[in-house]
Write a protein of this length. Structure first.
Length: 105
């Protein structure tokens, strides 16, 4: 961890957005000190019309899930807990590729 990043200090959303220079992901960051699940919140926001590329970040999750519905445990301020809203065309075959690439990263 870089010396200038403090654990449990809260996320500086403006600093994160300034460093994200990609075309879609990260132009909007929704930060929450605590969520039940970043994935659940991203789904809720997407259903409400939130734009593609929005990143949902939490310091801690109370009901996060891992693969196959396994419980996801975290230590506040020590893990990257986020979900990204991505949209794809119906029938697109790119979803598995994005999932695999994200997991590998």
């Amino acid at each position: 961890m870089p010396a200038n990043v403090a654990v449990n200090s809260g996320l500086d959303v403006e600093q994160v957005q300034d460093r994200l220079t990609g075309g879609i992901v990260g132009w909007q960051v929704r930060y929450y000190p605590e969520l039940s699940s970043t994935n659940d919140e991203a789904r809720r926001l997407a259903a409400a019309g939130e734009a593609e590329g929005t990143v949902v970040v939490a310091e801690t999750q109370t009901a996060g899930r891992g693969r196959r519905g396994r419980q996801w445990l975290d230590i506040p301020g020590r893990f990257l807990l986020f979900s990204i809203i991505l949209r794809h065309a119906p029938g697109s075959k790119s979803v598995p590729v994005v999932s695999l690439g994200t997991a590998a990263a």
